[in-house]
Write a protein that binds this ligand. Sequence first.
Ligand code: FAD
Length: 445
Amino acid sequence: MVVAGGGLAGISAALALADAGLRVTLLEARGRLGGATYSFQRDGLWLDNGQHVFLRCCTAYRAFIERIGASDLVTLQRRLDIPVIHPERGLSRLARSDLPAPLHLSRSLASYRHLGRLDKWRVVRSAAALARLDLGDRSLDEQTFGAWLRNHGVSRRALESFWDLIVLPTLNLPSDEASLWLSAMVFQVGLLTDGPAADLGYATVPLGKAHGTRAEAALAASGVDVRMHSAISGVERADAEGVQVRVGAEQIQAAALILAVPHEQAARLVPAEVHVNAESFTGLGHSPIVNLHVIYDRPVMAHAFAAGVGTPVQWVFDRSAAAGLTIGQCLAVSLSGAMAYAERPTEELRAMFVPELARLFPAATEARVTAFYVTREHRATFRPSPGTLQLRPRATTADPRIALAGAWTDTGWPATMEGAVRSGRQAARNILLALGRDRGLPTAA
Ligand SMILES: Cc1cc2nc3c(=O)[nH]c(=O)nc-3n(C[C@H](O)[C@H](O)[C@H](O)COP(=O)(O)OP(=O)(O)OC[C@H]3O[C@@H](n4cnc5c(N)ncnc54)[C@H](O)[C@@H]3O)c2cc1C
């Protein structure tokens, strides 16, 4: 059994197959596991390529973390509580109470100072309409969430101070460009049906450790043969024997293959005979994420994380402990849907964002920025604009021995860690069923 791609989708697929008793080889192009979630060292500090967040409703991802033995390396809020800061209006919190959804946010919305009375009423009204949308109706993927919100009387201020606070980091596009279907899915699953669903979590150590190192150990313990620096360059169907996978000059014979690589690579590698519309994969496009890693000589932010409104600063996380910083503070500013920033030089971003951070955190005015690094992920996720629903393929292909996995496949989720894990488990499930094994089948969540 071969799994190509050592991101979260591939690791999940490999573990699920191994757990069902199969011999698995995992081929990864790079010299590390974790795919789009990784860390690197700069001037003695450990930084992530981008801040990664999950929610309590990410059940498959949380099960994955448990499976790879990394539960001690992540934190999950006991109860949703987001400090939201405006440079002039100051701090307000979006926090949940014990009331059932969607009432769980009502108390905090009532005191939320970044919206006026009328806007709050419209948020409530639009949220109720959003909860009623039927996700079985694929025509919802024909318009943007922003257009839908405007039709429901939502103002620009409410869009920026409430809706985009959630849409940008979860979909990696602003409401004005994001698919209504995917946005509705995020709000229904995350905010409108289950109170605790949106409690927020993240790794307390570098991602390379939480995902890479721990996954490597779990795979080894399960007997998975992990081969790094092994980019597959071709896939052929070999009727009786299964599938032939080419890695450099080597041909690897496998009973089945899970192709868990990014969509543009999958489009190139998937054999024409398996009848998937590989051209449509490339139509998924990309949306960039930029992270600014700002090192101060002293603490400037009193929160573990915060969101910004009325400022280009979107979300900020205190990564001092994870980075290994003992004096000062390391802030990671995460900029999603970062088309406007991805091409800008570091000095320009520094000149723009250091003063913005000082507007949000007055202590930063006195502090000295000792280092400023930028990570640009131009192809962070596919671009979840209207029309993407029909471009995302299912895990199955016309050949039951070849399955697709990846956050970009038709998981029903945006391009997230949760989507990646779900896709890997689904692909493994399909392969196991194709091989006539109906014991030890992985569930999606
Ligand atoms: C900066 C950033 C921030 C993000 N923030 C969040 C967040 O807050 N929350 C969240 O849930 N998600 C977030 N995401 C998205 C999330 O990281 C991805 O959706 C998820 O990790 C994708 O996993 P994957 O396994 O589908 O793909 P990938 O991680 O892309 O893995 C694919 C793997 O295939 C390998 N590969 C490619 N070609 C070949 C080949 N020919 N042969 C063998 N191997 C190959 C690649 O090297 C890679 O390791 C973020 C992403 C980025 C980049």
